[in-house]
Design a protein around this ligand. Structure first.
Ligand code: AMP
Ligand code: ZN
Length: 113
């Protein structure tokens, strides 16, 4: 399978799964950049935010809701956390299957680098 996140969704590749339902899967980032670093992905393969269709709206909303729930489960919701979605080259997207980063457990600067 060409897409590593599709492979994780299909349980063809290893991952530390944090949450899954019929639309969304969340798993730990393999190279965490913060004490909390979870990726939340739609099961459907969508390359980037640019390829999202109206049919994906509820799934993407669900991704954000899962981010919020995991932030609470990991104890970072009250102090603060960041949710990031990188789109294409200038933003540094490296895996072309839409994913939200849930980052927490340390301060984050603004503006981002
Ligand atoms: P982005 O730069 O927004 O495309 O983020 C891709 C993220 O996927 C990076 O933080 C990688 O560390 C992470 N990643 C890549 N391959 C895997 C994998 N097999 N399992 C978990 N996370 C991965
Ligand atoms: Zn994919």
């Amino acid at each position: 399978m060409a897409c590593v996140f599709c492979a994780i969704v299909e349980r063809q590749a290893p991952a530390r799964i944090e949450y899954e339902d019929d639309q969304v899967v969340a798993f730990q980032d393999i190279h965490p950049v913060a004490p909390v670093h979870v990726l939340i992905v739609p099961r459907r393969h969508i390359e980037t935010l640019n390829e999202v269709t109206p049919e994906d709206i509820s799934t993407l909303g669900r991704c954000l809701y899962v981010a919020r729930q995991l932030a609470r489960a990991k104890g970072t919701d009250e102090r603060g956390y960041r949710v990031v979605l990188n789109v294409r080259a200038l933003a540094g997207q490296s895996v072309y299957h839409v994913h939200f980063h849930l980052l927490g457990g340390r301060p984050f600067r603004w503006p981002p680098g």
